[in-house]
Design a protein around this ligand. Structure first.
Ligand code: CMP
Length: 139
């Protein structure tokens, strides 16, 4: 099938980063319902990226394709110019557009230089569906 043709790439991480990502995923309202194996695979496939202070990470209304975990720094979430909240280290963001297949629900801006872990839609959805396929094939 189309799914089995997708190769998942894993990226090296320190023990601290691995644990921070796992905690972030398990702490997130929407991700915490995933199976432990899915959380571990998402963690494994996340790649590092960084942005400087003031950069726009996510623009409200855009098509979303990446889920992030904040490794270092702070970001601000705004909607129609109004501040919703600030997000610090060890938090997931950018999950809503991918989970609900909608456009970005808010703008996320870097308040400091930031380091992020990222996974794209294709990798994320492959992990979600593959686990389902493997589970299904066991019956
Ligand atoms: P997404 O809609 O993909 O992109 C914008 C992100 O901002 C969204 O996912 C959430 O991760 C985050 N976000 C949206 N609304 C709020 C809110 N009210 N509080 C905190 N984070 C939010």
């Amino acid at each position: 099938s189309q799914l089995t043709g997708v190769t998942l790439k894993s990226y090296c991480k320190t023990k601290e980063s691995s644990e921070r990502i796992q905690r972030a995923l398990m702490d997130n309202e929407f991700m915490k319902h995933l199976e432990h194996g899915q959380i571990l695979t998402i963690m494994d496939c996340m790649h590092p990226t960084s942005l400087t202070k003031g950069c726009c990470v996510i623009q409200e209304g855009d098509d979303g394709s990446t889920v992030y975990v904040l490794e270092e720094g702070m970001v601000e979430v705004t909607k129609q110019g109004k501040k919703l909240c600030s997000i610090g280290e060890g938090k997931v963001f950018g999950e809503l557009a991918i989970l609900y297949n909608c456009t970005r629900t808010a703008t996320v801006t870097a308040l400091t230089d930031i380091k992020l872990w990222a996974i794209d839609r294709q990798g994320f959805q492959t992990i979600m569906m593959r686990t389902g396929l493997i589970r299904h094939s066991q019956y």
